[in-house]
Design a protein around this ligand. Sequence first.
Ligand SMILES: [Zn+2]
Length: 287
Amino acid sequence: MLRFCNDSVKIYEGKFDVNTAVFKNGIATDPNVGKNVYDGVKEILITHGHADHFGDALFLEGKVKILAPRHETPLVENPEINWRGMYSWAKLPEDIVTPYFLGRGVGVDEFSDSLEGADIKTVPTHGHTPSHKSYLIDGIFVAGDSVHCPSYWEKFGILYYVDPDRMMESLKVIKREDWDLLVPGHGDVFERREGLKVIDTNIKMLREKEREIYEIVRENGDDGVEEMEVIAELARKYGFKGVKAVLVVMPPVRGHISSMCERGLLELFERGGKIAVKAVKPYRQKS
Ligand SMILES: [Zn+2]
């Protein structure tokens, strides 16, 4: 249950392997342990609007101040918005939604976008979600899902993010911040030396995923390939099955395709009523 402990913080391994940090100074981040570890806590900071990052906030509502990024707040208060968005806002049966996104909403008391104090700073780390924020507290970088554990990349092959370019920018920002301990949203925590390597692994993986997607498209020549077939090919490669998994992989794949369309490498077009994509320029990594 307790994953890490030092003079200023206790980090708990919460539900879905999420990292819930409880600081001595009365701040807790991404609460989802499922039991009360929050004695002395006065403020809860939420990194983003995925329900696996704020599950415990509901039983703390009214007792502590709950802070979340302004544009993530609608998702924290009403998580259904998130999975409806994932399905083009259409109605969808709840049993096809990833359990990571299912939960009960909680009222947000204040926005956390620009905290700045002696031992706290908000760092914008957009990309996993549109307005994801990280928190640098007492030399500890609470990265939420702006950093994924290398073991997660290995296990799943591709992970959730909506904007790979902003994800990449965020990773570069995190490297420049002054922290001693890196706390990703899920899995292990890392001392600085190791943490910098973990960030480099994330950067490498984002580049690899982009290249993989480009190659799947290019192999289909001028005819291109249906967008859903790109997703299916990755599903076959990494062995994920089921509607939930496919829905989770759609945003990162589409994010990469959009980025490469913006850079003129790929082009989206309609074919027989389906969205297809083709390569129009040789691959070049984003500078
Ligand atoms: Zn998340």
